[in-house]
Design a binder for this molecule. Structure first.
Ligand code: SF4
Length: 341
């Protein structure tokens, strides 16, 4: 990844280190940005005199603070995500329809003061990408969303769309910015519209948007101007097939995500009780990351994921079905198929 494509806010970081007199500094970057981690560490170290430690662990989201590293540094800079409400919002089972109403009560976690979030705003011109996407928009009104890297460009995108006679709706979000989406929070896309236009990179967010909004999603990548289309029904059919494979389940492992922002113990325990009431053998399994090789040894018919929902697509190819909470409730006969998403 090109370092110049994003604003790493290095001046702000160095100033903050000096002001706080931090002697040991942690850096946590998403995997795609690890290629520039050593450059950043070298610059910070040279100009502040601080000892810099780079997290070598995976970093999928703002929910995913490297807490072990956090313990041994004076200040930790977490790149690529926004700080507000993520631990609260991720902790709650967002994809459950009954929880979609605003829940702004006290956060389960206090965001530690020594963790600072650097959002990595992109400086790329989004106009060509939006203009190219217009040809794929079938309806008159689109819900306009972006990852935090491009969320500041949504107003400009709205103007571009208007020049082609397309109305854009930028939805209110539970996240820091209106129009912002996370893999576990598409609240800003829940707006009256014909389709969704997503500005950002990768397939994870647009696939999730299509799956959970039930709308056709046009994804446009500002860096490459590549357009991708995601059809909700196709994606939902894949999930239905996974649920069908789990309908005869006699035993299940209910996975508790041990990353603090993904930790959902109450829900996992409640699900296990429900499963036992329905005559299943159910076990709680705690893990940091859900990988197929880690699941292979368990003698159960299926798994239920109460952690990050972002990997649902990856699970499709697992030998044993891995279900979301809502999907598992269908298996238990407690939820209808129409009420999953
Ligand atoms: S999608 Fe997953 S990794 Fe991203 S913030 Fe939500 S829980 Fe964390």
């Amino acid at each position: 990844m090109d370092k110049s494509a994003y604003d790493f806010e290095l001046e702000k970081i160095k100033k903050l280190i000096k002001e706080r007199g931090a002697r040991r500094v942690g850096l946590q970057l998403p995997d795609g940005l690890k290629t520039v981690a050593t450059d950043i560490a070298a610059e910070i170290s040279k100009e502040t005199g601080a000892e810099v430690i780079i997290s070598g662990n995976s970093c999928y989201g703002a929910c995913d603070i490297d807490e072990k590293l956090e313990r041994i540094v004076d200040v930790l800079f977490h790149f690529g995500h926004t700080e507000n409400s993520f631990r609260e919002s991720v902790y709650k089972p967002l994809f459950r329809k009954e929880s979609v109403a605003k829940e702004t009560s006290k956060s389960i976690y206090e965001i530690p003061k020594k963790v600072f979030f650097i959002e990595l705003r992109s400086g790329v011109d989004i106009k060509p990408a939006v203009e190219k996407a217009v040809a794929e928009i079938k309806g008159d009104t689109v819900g306009l969303v972006a990852t935090v890297q491009h969320v500041h460009t949504l107003k400009e995108a709205e103007i571009v769309l208007a020049s082609f006679g397309k109305k854009a709706v930028i939805g209110k979000s539970r996240l820091k910015y209106d129009g912002q989406v996370l893999g576990c929070d598409f609240s800003s896309a829940m707006v009256p519209c014909d389709e969704i236009l997503f500005i950002g990179s990768g397939s994870f967010h647009p696939a999730g948007l299509a799956l959970y909004t039930g709308k056709r999603v046009i994804a446009t990548d500002p860096f490459t101007t590549q357009i991708s289309i995601y059809e909700a029904e196709e994606l939902r059919k894949k999930r239905y097939l996974v649920i069908e494979r789990a309908l005869d389940t006699k035993s299940c492992g209910i996975i508790i995500g041990m990353k603090s922002g993904q930790f959902n113990l109450d829900e996992a325990v409640a699900l296990r009780r429900k499963a036992i009431e329905k005559g299943l053998n159910a076990y709680l399994i705690a893990m940091d990351e859900i990988k197929e090789e880690k699941l292979l040894g368990f003698k159960v018919d299926a798994f239920v994921n109460t952690a990050c929902p972002r990997v649902a697509e990856d699970f499709v190819h697992f030998e044993k079905p891995v279900l979301s909470i809502n999907e598992f409730e269908v298996v238990l006969g407690e939820r209808s198929w129409e009420d999953i998403f």
